[in-house]
Write a protein that binds this ligand. Sequence first.
Ligand code: B4P
Length: 188
Amino acid sequence: MNIILLGPPGAGKGTQAKRLEQKYGLKQISTGDMLRAEVAAGTALGKEAKAIMEKGQFVPDPVMVSMIENRIAESDCAHGFILDGFPRTESQAVALDGMLSKTHQTIGAVILLEVDEGQILERLEQRTGEDGTRRADDNPDVVRSRLEVYRQQTAPILPYYEKAGRLKRIDGMRSVDDVGASIDALIG
Ligand code: B4P
């Protein structure tokens, strides 16, 4: 089973993807984590991505599409994967359907975690990494830009999945366990 998790920044995509990985053995593919690894390694892509992410904007579609195309072809994704942070634009959504049809793979569930903006600002203001550090893009000004970019570029892909009857909405305002239980019920 392959799953797409959609939702605004801080909706809990990463949190739920990790849970699904542990519970069902599906591979979490977090584009945000992959980009942050490039930044940490100081690669050419990392240098480009750092400046973009710190402004709360999106890394160009062709870069993200080829990153995902290569990643899902790896053997650890063969038993199923969770896309956490991809697609984020209509062009990414269309490219994803194209690449999956070439490899005869399908998406079993497209799940939207719905969380309001007040709650997002609160969560991201409190988020710290495992080492206690804060992400540069979690400061309130950048979060506001990320929300605007979400409204303009990611929200328009919801009808793409809704039209095909593929989109499942989940109330993401509840506890991590309650949100997880709703996801389990959907995919179980
Ligand atoms: P991401 O890393 O994907 O960032 P995110 O949207 O902040 O995270 P998420 O929804 O996973 O929230 P989390 O579970 O951590 O992207 C960062 C940047 O990378 C983007 O802005 C962009 O620049 C770039 N990028 C990534 N993908 C791209 C793409 N496809 N195309 C172009 N650019 C791309 O949860 C947030 C917080 O809430 C945590 O502290 C968590 O503990 C807490 N939380 C979670 N669930 C909760 C709950 N139910 N109740 C209370 N708190 C909860």
